[in-house]
Design a protein around this ligand. Structure first.
Ligand code: MG
Length: 380
């Protein structure tokens, strides 16, 4: 099916601001051991539904484009507006229908915010995250409070700000310049912009203390869980086995209530284990006739969906199949891509290994296949 929506993100990194305290522009400063730019790029590299990344660099820093072969690097202009326009111009004629515009200085943007902005674009010309103002607001002059201001209906704007591509391009070309952000440009052109919930974590890093605050947030937020899964199925009559969703011709079949995909069962149990959500038998009781002969992909999708519902992303899976035959090695790549598709994660996060048991024990006697899996999940 032809893709009808093509989504790009423009990351504006053309600033030379060194207010964070060093000689380097802040986007090249380290945040938790990696540059801010790397962290911001990664947020969009891992986001589903982003087809293209444009990185707008300062014209004097175009050499840095070598470090980012997977993104389209563009030289920015003398102002933020001009840099965004350069990014938009680079996307012209590329069938881009939607564009997100993001400040490189917000490296902790969550997958939830990116997804919400994209989803809101289905119903609105534009969408952007914001946080309602909760502090009291004053006017001041010469160190004194000279007035107060209602915070009713006031929001602190964040990025990414998303728009229909043609509409924001036209809005930028028509704007005289000097806008604080792209929502201002869009509104000047009459576009409607929806507010999606922002997050305190999606802070804009400007000063040295912002780096410290962001690093403290990153430390707090890391919540990684590890799970294991073990499964065994015995051989019986048959002419094939299904392992990790891949059908392999074999002199015998694996017996079980479902399709007896011992590899996929171990992976599924590892995910349930990481989530402390029991095992396959708890979610799909083996005495329930509706799971007889079931495609085990159904179980794995359920575990992956449960992880998402509980706010976890799957980091990686490592599976070892233990058998003398069939030989797994020639099929490991196909098993890896099959699991990656089912789990909607990068194949590089899935490892398929195999070993024999040196002809010892039930696997050595070829009475069955055993599988051992480990999965890690991380709170998003
Ligand atoms: Mg099983």
């Amino acid at each position: 099916m032809e893709q009808t929506t093509h989504t790009a993100v423009i990351i504006v990194a053309a600033g030379t601001g060194t207010r964070a305290g060093g000689a380097l522009a802040k986007q090249w400063c380290l945040l938790g051991g990696r540059t801010m730019a790397d962290r911001t790029l990664d947020a969009f590299r891992t986001a589903p539904g982003i087809d293209r990344i444009v990185l707008v660099l300062h014209p004097d820093e175009m050499a840095r484009a070598r470090d980012y072969p997977d993104v389209l690097a563009v030289a920015g202009g003398g102002s933020r507006d001009a840099s965004v326009r350069a990014g938009l111009a680079a996307l012209c004629g590329q069938n881009v229908t939607r564009v997100l515009i993001h400040d490189v200085a917000r490296p902790l943007v969550s997958q939830r915010i990116i997804a919400d902005v994209l989803a809101a674009l289905d119903a609105c010309d534009g969408a952007a995250p914001a946080v309602a103002v909760s502090d009291a607001l004053w006017q001041g002059s010469d160190g004194q409070v000279t007035g107060t201001q209602s915070r009713e209906g006031l929001f602190r704007a964040q990025t990414p700000q998303g728009f229909g591509f043609d509409a924001i391009l036209a809005a930028h070309l028509a704007h005289p310049g000097g806008a604080a952000d792209d929502v201002e440009v869009a509104r000047a052109a009459g576009l409607r912009v929806a507010i999606v919930p922002g997050e305190e974590r999606n802070l804009k890093i400007t000063h040295a203390q912002d780096f410290r605050r962001a690093e403290a947030m990153m430390e707090q937020a890391v919540d990684i869980r590890l799970g294991n899964g073990f499964d065994v199925h015995r051989f019986g009559p048959g002419d094939h086995v299904v392992l990790c969703g891949v059908r392999l011709a074999h002199g015998r079949g694996l017996q079980g209530h479902s399709d007896a995909d011992v590899g996929m069962h171990a992976v599924t149990d590892a995910i349930y284990g990481a989530l402390a959500q029991g095992d396959i038998g708890r979610h799909f009781p083996p005495d329930d006739p509706q799971w007889k002969g079931a495609d085990s992909a159904h179980f794995l999708r359920h575990a992956v969906g449960l992880a998402g519902a509980l706010g976890f992303a799957i980091c990686n899976v490592d599976l070892t199949l233990i058998c003398e035959h069939p030989k797994i090695g020639p099929h490991a790549g196909e098993m890896q891509s099959t699991l990656a598709n089912l789990m909607e994660i990068d194949p590089g996060r899935i490892s398929i290994k195999a070993t024999t048991s040196e002809r010892l024990g039930f696997t050595g006697r070829e009475e069955g296949i055993a599988a051992l899996a480990t999965a890690t999940v991380v709170k998003q």
